[in-house]
Design a protein around this ligand. Structure first.
Ligand code: ZN
Length: 60
C-alpha cells in the first residue's frame, strides 16, 4: 500500500488520501467520512437492503 495513494470518494467524487478514507469492503468503494457514506447509502438503499437480507435474514 502506497502511503500517499489518492482515492476517490464514491459519494462526493472528491479525492482524498487512502489513509483518511473509509473503505466499504462489500462494494469496494471509498468514502470521505460517515456523512458521505450516509449520502451514498440513501441513494443505494435497495442494494444495501438486499445485501443485508442475504447476510442476516434466513428463510424458514
Ligand atoms: Zn466524500
Amino acid at each position: 500500500m502506497f502511503m500517499h495513494e489518492k482515492v476517490k470518494c464514491e459519494s462526493c467524487q472528491g479525492f482524498l488520501s487512502r489513509d483518511d478514507a473509509l473503505f466499504d469492503e462489500q462494494s469496494e468503494v471509498f468514502f470521505c467520512d460517515d456523512g458521505c457514506f450516509e449520502d451514498w447509502a440513501d441513494d443505494h438503499f435497495e442494494a444495501i437492503m438486499q445485501q443485508y437480507k442475504r447476510v442476516h435474514v434466513d428463510a424458514g
